[in-house]
Write a protein of this length. Structure first.
Length: 541
């Protein structure tokens, strides 16, 4: 039975057993898993347990659902996946060895734990440490409530820890930049602030976010470009009591024009490379910022820089994940799994059961349709045939050939019932076409029939092609014969070879042995069997 572990790897773990069907997570009491945390929505996410699949779906939550640090609306869960609902973390386990009863809040069972500490208990309310109206402490513009030096040091550490927590969630860089400036204005008395980031292509500093205190005139370029470039080049933070009199910037027109007085400029340097600067100033007062302010602001900006770099990396990961997903759509699921396990797919000799499926009379039918209509119809058809049926029966799609498809069972993974799976998939395909015809008759005034051939035998299987363009394929007479058997089948028929018949474990199938059939490319006629699939209940396939 699968489980969710809240607060994994901590002494404050909570264990939830997931029941078959739907399991909802949220703050409301009607949820399966009730999480009393303000970052969790009333109905945040839903985990669905089916026979061979566990999925999680975000229920349009405010703070979104993340799996392995990736924002997701829908995800197929795997063992050890880490799920975030708001600020609450869970680990998903397909199996968990429970050596004692799992306590519910209504149980009398007691864990032998001396003390538990919730992560929420460690959070501080930043406003409890700040006093935005006080101006008593003239040596610093940090808006700390406490004046005692020791207590101020403790409070600064608490604030930095809380800033780290608030900036830790993956967010869009634009939103994160605004949050950084909001935090700055809540903690430090500044009139204006701006974040400039280096453009990776041009190497120039570009404005990304700015904020002005109420009543301060807003200008597009209120900062000193010379100060910003100086900090960016040296990687050192600077504090100016009056930039107008600082001889390092004698020739800076922007400083003289804007009469910039007290300012601080901090490099954003998450590691060994400066990615930008944060510039803050005061336009009316001189000697307002102290070394304490510069040290604190440097620590705050370092956290912001790390959060920003993580956000940028996360955005790149998302973009790469989209590209990877598109690329993976060119490979069957089983092939992708094998590639992840081995890194490469060598050519191997193996036995497979191949299924060749073709639409009867497709050429004549397509002549009456526009190319776009043909593509739309085939896309809908293949989605049902492949995703809903071939993959459901754990087959590997080898290729599409116009309106036909070739799927195999036995490569890259072999199972003892490969032949049975291929036959059940073929029966499901015929029933699926019956259902599609009901819809297409109404929508397109269209009905189709398919014919299917199945054969079992030896092949060479693996990645075939050039080093830059490969395709997983099977080569051998087995697949060629499968295509011939399909051609011998009439519309609505499923024909299987003697070799497939010999591999079937289900001897109760309604089979009809046919007169030996001579097919193209074979000197001897083939022993074939017709499956009377309409005698099999639709659900049993």
């Amino acid at each position: 039975m699968p489980y969710l572990i809240k607060n994994p790897d901590s002494i404050n773990q909570e264990i939830y057993e997931l029941r078959p069907g739907e399991n909802t997570i949220g703050r409301e009491k009607d949820n399966t898993i009730i999480i009393n945390d303000p970052s969790v929505s009333r109905h945040h996410a839903k985990i669905t347990i089916s026979e061979n699949l566990v999925t999680i779906k975000d229920l349009k939550s405010r703070n979104c659902t993340f799996v392995n640090q990736m924002k997701t609306d829908f995800w197929q869960l795997k063992d050890q996946d880490i799920i975030w609902c708001g600020n609450v973390a869970f680990k998903f386990l397909t199996f968990f060895e429970v050596t004692a009863p799992i306590p519910n809040k209504d149980d009398d069972f007691k864990w032998s734990i001396v003390k538990t500490l919730s992560l929420e208990q460690t959070r501080v309310k930043m406003q409890d440490l700040l006093n935005q109206n006080s101006t008593e402490h003239s040596e610093s513009v940090l808006m700390l409530r406490q004046q005692n030096a020791d207590q101020r040091a403790v409070d600064k550490l608490k604030i930095l820890l809380e800033v780290g927590k608030q900036l830790s969630s993956p967010e869009e860089p634009e939103i994160l930049l605004e949050k950084i400036l909001d935090l700055l204005f809540n903690i430090v008395r500044v009139d204006r602030a701006i974040i400039l980031l280096i453009n990776e292509e041009s190497g120039r500093l570009e404005k990304k976010a700015a904020k002005f205190r109420s009543g301060v005139p807003e200008f597009d370029q209120f900062y000193s470009t010379k100060i910003a470039k100086f900090v960016c080049q040296t990687g050192d933070a600077i504090l100016t009591s009056d930039a107008c009199t600082d001889n390092r910037f004698d020739d800076s027109e922007s400083i003289l024009r804007q009469a910039i007085h007290a300012s601080m400029c901090i490099p954003m340097k998450p590691r060994d490379k400066v990615i930008g600067v944060l510039y803050a100033d005061n336009i009316t007062m001189i000697n307002i910022y102290s070394e304490e302010d510069l040290e604190f602001l440097t620590a705050l900006v370092n956290q912001a820089a790390i959060a920003l770099e993580n956000s940028q990396l996360y955005k790149k990961m998302q973009a790469e994940a989209v590209v990877r997903t598109k690329l993976e759509s060119f490979f069957p699921t089983a092939v992708i799994k094998k590639l992840k396990e081995e890194g490469n797919l060598e050519i191997i000799d193996t036995q497979v059961t191949a299924l060749f499926c073709d639409i009867s009379g497709f050429t004549q039918m397509s002549e009456k349709m526009s190319p776009r209509q043909v593509i739309e119809m085939l896309n809908e058809y293949f989605k049902v045939m492949v995703e809903d049926i071939v993959f459901q029966y754990e087959g590997t799609l080898e290729k599409y050939i116009g309106d036909a498809l070739l799927a195999i069972w036995g490569a890259p993974y072999q199972q003892p019932d490969d032949a049975d799976r291929a036959v059940r998939a073929a029966i499901a395909m015929q029933w699926a076409v019956e259902s599609l015809n009901v819809e297409w008759e109404k929508q397109r005034n269209l009905q189709i029939q398919i014919h299917i051939g199945i054969n079992t035998g030896k092949v060479a299987a693996g990645n075939i092609g050039s080093p830059r363009l490969i395709q997983y394929a099977t080569i051998g007479d087995t697949t060629n014969v499968t295509s011939r058997i399909c051609s011998a089948a009439n519309p609505g028929e499923i024909l299987i070879s003697q070799t497939t018949f010999d591999k079937l474990s289900d001897r109760n199938l309604p089979l009809e042995k046919m007169t030996p059939v001579l097919v193209k490319g074979k000197e001897q006629p083939l022993e074939l069997y017709r499956i009377n699939w309409k005698q099999i209940a639709k659900s049993s396939s």
